[in-house]
Design a protein around this ligand. Structure first.
Ligand SMILES: Cc1cc2nc3c(=O)[nH]c(=O)nc-3n(C[C@H](O)[C@H](O)[C@H](O)COP(=O)(O)O)c2cc1C
Length: 193
């Protein structure tokens, strides 16, 4: 099990944890990571299968994403979030995302994840977002999925927007500060009013 490690720095720390079957949610997760990094965040992006839950404690922002399966999150992500519960990640910022088909009633993994994060006590930094995929078929059998054009770029922008929001919150609560670190990182702690 890989520890979700980031380098020692005084920048805002973010982890993007994703599940994926065909690779599309990973692409979206990496776009989000690029956007966050562009905002100066110290960011890691890790497959849920390789993420050590203990190491999540060090992050200010944790983003979780998964493919929508059976109208909700896949079993693996549900189990991951269940294990996260035993560690407690309250007092952090959270963001949920998913990939899904462009169906009228598709369900949403992100909806499930966002609800879980709220129950865990994470503060949702931006409303959940979904990237649209199309199924790939061979001889009538579904063999994969591909992202709708533009979705990767859109998620890079979402990462940048989240970066702007968190940096502004930090600055308004801690004027003149250009750094937010680990356990001292919650802007509300610097100025609870
Ligand atoms: C077993 C299974 C169930 C699925 N159920 C849904 C669903 O309920 N709603 C939906 O929009 N897409 C559904 N899909 C399509 C997935 O959302 C799509 O394959 C996924 O977003 C691709 O992401 P990935 O490449 O990261 O696996 C399902 C796909 C599989 C394989």
């Amino acid at each position: 099990m890989t520890s979700v490690q980031s380098s020692v720095s005084n920048r805002i720390k973010a982890a993007v944890i994703f599940g994926t079957r065909y690779g599309n949610t990973e692409k979206i997760a990496r776009s989000l990571e690029t956007g966050l990094k562009g905002s100066g965040f110290d960011t890691v992006c890790v497959d849920e299968r390789n993420a050590a839950i203990d190491s999540l404690e060090q992050y200010d922002l944790i983003c979780f994403g998964a493919p929508t399966e059976g109208f909700s999150a896949p079993k693996s992500m549900k189990e991951f979030l269940e294990r996260v519960k035993t560690n407690g990640l309250s007092r952090k910022y959270g963001f949920a995302f998913d990939t899904k088909l462009d169906w009228r009633v598709s369900g949403s993994a992100a909806k499930f994840i966002e609800k879980e994060l709220t129950e865990l006590g994470l503060q949702i930094v931006a409303p959940r977002e979904s990237a649209i995929v199309y199924t790939l078929k061979e001889g009538g059998t579904i063999v994969g999925a591909r992202l709708k054009e533009g979705e990767a770029d859109r998620f890079e922008k979402i990462g940048a927007q989240i970066g702007t929001v968190l940096a502004a919150v930090r600055e308004s609560n801690n004027p003149g500060s250009s750094a937010m670190t680990g356990s001292q990182s919650r802007p509300e702690e610097a100025n609870p009013n």
